[in-house]
Design a protein around this ligand. Structure first.
Ligand SMILES: [Zn+2]
Length: 433
């Protein structure tokens, strides 16, 4: 069966916007992209734009209810709060949280996530709600032990959720928590690999000198190598094509060249980096070095939401502020980062990331009704500067409506999420007396 959706604008990404545009969907794939005159009007969305679903290049769905924990604290005490609280909940709560996170992504027009998952709960959540995902199971440590004790059992537990929609990856967490041996062993699994690189100045100080605010966190972690994480991995042949690196904030020219040379893709997370006081990644320099860059919301533990529109605006504001020029990132470029750029970063650009015949029918309909951006001038600027989850009318994955404003049942998802957050906030036993 062929379905046609049409709107004031279709933004295919990678091709110019189409006024009075339409998208034809057949068998879960995009059959055609054109004008209403060419394809018919089908289901009409007024005052709206149809765009490729956002691809969230870096998320942690399992932290969907962690908003505001330790806000304003330096990284070391901030992370300790999360570690302590995370230990208070079990697998069932992790899954309830991840389901709420997956729903919030769909509500934000996100159709794919590259999710770094501590417990693997994201897999069932994404499969259940129809959100496309690569779930990178996180491993930590000096030895490769966690691949047997943590990765393998989790992989087995979530096997029923894996398939075409939800795929498996592995995430050696970061060079300060995972040794080069562990990175090497992760690559040997021949799965998609994601990691965190050069997120904060404190991390960099620790890696280079073994000093600074991170010193008290070092228990059980690999010894500081005396060089940055990127240089360490490069020297050991562990920066490899297709690897996805979140953040890359504290990178110098040489490190940018190393990332480019080895074909590593970057997930840019501007809100998370700003809120945690880490800095702003040199987005323009990364792009000009030819690096594949996608956009990620990270998680509400930092960002503090899965709102991709807020992330787009943060990317735009910070790039322009950093470079002191408005053309440092145009709205069109920002939109491309969050769709095709992220799809490339996840290695999925053959299937998703733009509206092209033959690609999967993953798309979002965004209404600009009543906004100051109407009547239309530049539809990309309208969506990037004026969009919000409240303006997402529908989100489709494989041509199926997975989210529809006003018709989505939030009640149970929010209630279970709130119950889990209650547990996270509960006082530890030592402080209840
Ligand atoms: Zn992360």
């Amino acid at each position: 069966m062929r379905t046609v959706l049409s709107a004031d604008w279709v933004l295919p990404v990678g091709a110019p916007p189409i006024r009075d545009g339409a998208v034809a969907i057949e068998g879960g794939l995009i059959a055609a992209v054109g004008t209403r005159d060419e394809l018919g009007s089908g289901i009409e969305y007024a005052d709206a734009a149809i765009l490729p679903g956002f691809v969230n290049a870096h998320s942690h769905l399992e932290y969907a209810v962690y908003a505001g924990f330790g806000d304003g604290l330096p990284f070391a005490p901030w992370i300790l709060i999360h570690v302590e609280r995370k230990a208070r909940i079990g697998a069932e709560e992790m899954e309830a949280i991840a389901r709420l996170g997956a729903a919030e992504c769909l509500a934000s027009g996100i159709t794919t996530v590259g999710d770094c998952s501590f417990k693997g709960a994201a897999a069932a959540a994404c499969a259940g709600l129809g959100l496309r995902a690569i779930v990178y199971l996180e491993v930590f440590g000096i030895t490769t032990e966690q691949l047997e004790t943590r990765f393998d059992p989790t992989r087995e537990r979530i096997a029923g959720s894996l398939g075409d929609l939800v795929r498996l990856g592995v995430s050696p967490h970061a060079p300060y928590t995972a040794s080069p041996d562990l990175y090497e062993a992760c690559f040997e699994l021949e799965l998609p690999v994601a990691t965190h690189l050069s997120e904060s100045p404190d991390e960099d100080t620790w890696m280079r000198s073994g000093e600074g605010p991170w010193k008290p966190l070092a228990d059980g972690l690999p010894p500081p190598p005396g060089t940055s994480g990127i240089r360490l991995l490069a020297a050991r042949g562990l920066l490899r094509p297709g690897m996805l690196a979140a953040h890359c904030v504290t990178v110098d020219t040489e490190e940018i060249a190393l990332i480019a040379e080895h074909g590593v893709a970057v997930a840019h997370c501007p809100r998370s980096n700003a809120i945690l006081g880490c800095g702003t990644a040199p987005l323009r320099e990364l792009l000009e070095a030819g690096i594949t860059v996608g956009l990620g919301t990270d998680s509400p533990a930092s960002a503090p939401s899965f709102d991709m529109f807020e992330e787009l605006r943060a990317a735009l504001y910070l790039a322009r502020a950093r470079e002191q020029r408005p053309e440092a990132l145009t709205a069109t470029e920002a939109l491309e980062l969050a769709t095709l750029g992220s799809a490339r970063a996840l290695g999925l650009d053959d299937e998703i990331g733009s509206l092209e015949p033959g690609k999967r029918a993953d798309l979002a309909v965004v209404s600009l009704e009543g906004s100051p951006f109407l009547p239309w001038e530049d539809p990309a600027a309208a969506v990037v500067l004026g969009g919000s989850p409240e303006r997402v009318t529908a989100t489709l994955v494989d041509g199926e409506i997975r989210y529809e404003r006003g018709a989505f049942d939030w009640h149970e998802l929010r209630q279970n999420g709130a119950r889990a957050r209650d547990r996270l906030l509960a006082l530890p036993p030592s402080r209840t007396r």
